[in-house]
Design a protein around this ligand. Sequence first.
Ligand code: ZN
Length: 75
Amino acid sequence: MGKKCIICDEEATFCVKGTTTTYCKDCAVEQFGDVAYLVAVEDEAKRLKEVLDGQVDDTSETHSETNSSSGHDDE
Ligand SMILES: [Zn+2]
């Protein structure tokens, strides 16, 4: 389910950090020599989801400006 290795089309285990390039372990090692440059697909997916879920807190720019438009807000 999910990502496939871009080289051999097997199920991908790793992806290159910050990209959507995914590799199975064998191809990842072949390409990079080490998986240290790579993150586990599951971890990355989880992280992305967390970022998306919690993106409200990502940029903590406070909107403390009062919208001083004269009108009633009945909520
Ligand atoms: Zn592969």
